[in-house]
Design a protein around this ligand. Sequence first.
Ligand code: GDP
Length: 455
Amino acid sequence: MSDTIAAIATGGVVAAIGILRVSGDDTLTIIDKVFRPASGRPMSSYPNRQLVYGAMLDSDGSELDLCLCTISRAPGSYTGETTAELQCHGSPTVLRQGLEALFAAGARQAKAGEFSKRAFLNGRMDLTQSEAVIDIIHAETAEAAKNAVGQLSGAILHKTDAIYASLVEICSHYHAVLDYPDEDIEDFRLRDYEATLDDAIEQLTRLQNSFDRGRIMTEGVKAAIIGKPNAGKSSLLNALLGYERAIVTDIAGTTRDTIEERVRLGGVLIRLTDTAGLRSTDDTVEKLGVDRALDAARAADLVIAVFDGSAALTEEDRETIRAAAGAGKSIAVINKSDRSLVVDPAEFSGSFSRVCTLSAREQTGLDALEQAVAELFPTPNAPVGEILTNARQADAVGRALESLRAARDAMVMGVTPDAVLTEAEEAMAALGELTGKTVREDVTNRIFSRFCVGK
Ligand code: GDP
């Protein structure tokens, strides 16, 4: 028995269409009160998934909107429960009134993520698929969206389920031999199982290694622009923000002067942090001092170091080069290419991952920067959907790997069978956590609280 939940599933803005969603045991009773098909027959008499035209009614029976309704009976729905959707005109006021009518008829407001949580609890999706739903909604690049869709189709689930099944096989054999020594059960064939464990370890290692790229795919590359005053940092920032292919959002940070700009370069989401100093035009002295440059470089995945190519390198430039060395990846931007260059780009190639020459002011050569970013953060050749994007999932994979390695070592060294069994079972528990087979309730609640209401 589940109570019946309802929510506005679409955004709270004026749009062509807005959707109200209902799920739970009383869905049909409630929808018969709130929706009257034009045919005069009750909605509950219609088959699953048929779109039916009619009127959405207020609790006093007056018409709130003319709309379409569809029902899906349990268990063949998103949540696994009987659900209904009302496709109304996209007026936030109408949707709000429709929702109130659903409440008056017996539904209650759904909590954030509650539809998807029910889908998980009813076995319609595993946890990696549920998390893929959040990732699709929040995807900021085409690549991230594609990978999330792959996970929704069960890419990670299928991979880990196969490993889980092979561990079940190993563990059951060990248990049988240990627990029923008198039965005539085939004796240990340890070396046979070693190959199975090796294969599982290899697959999970590949999955774990994809996490770095997965994190970048969803969270973006944390980048800092550094360089001496007047090198052209602000101009570059502005050029990037105004770049036709750039998507820009300002996100106010936790401190007053931390601004993060997000741009998409070469298909990669770049989070330019600490740009507050770059944007304030009255602050010409401070800009990005050496210490701040060092800190920014250390904290960044990518440093974009800007040099004035029209003037000889100075000691400050050399400090910038040293600071950039602290970052994982770095691009030297030789700016002001519209003037005659006096610095030789080749001089930087030893200290930087990539070097590009451009003019921030004239906005020429920016495609070289775009290409450098794309080369430094290439799309991994993992099949779509098999890139780990989620820290919780990566942690579970890491623990499974640790146990699998320990199990393999115990097996090879001929340690007592119990040791192998214990480790293999630990690995199974970690994999179970990944897909939600054994996940604890508080973890589940935490995961679904990240969803929006109506999802
Ligand atoms: P910042 O101090 O590093 O942020 O440098 P700014 O972006 O404020 O630029 C310093 C000066 O260099 C300004 O007068 C800019 O107009 C000029 N500047 C920036 N980029 C270019 C460029 O590509 N070509 C030329 N000729 N001047 C530039």
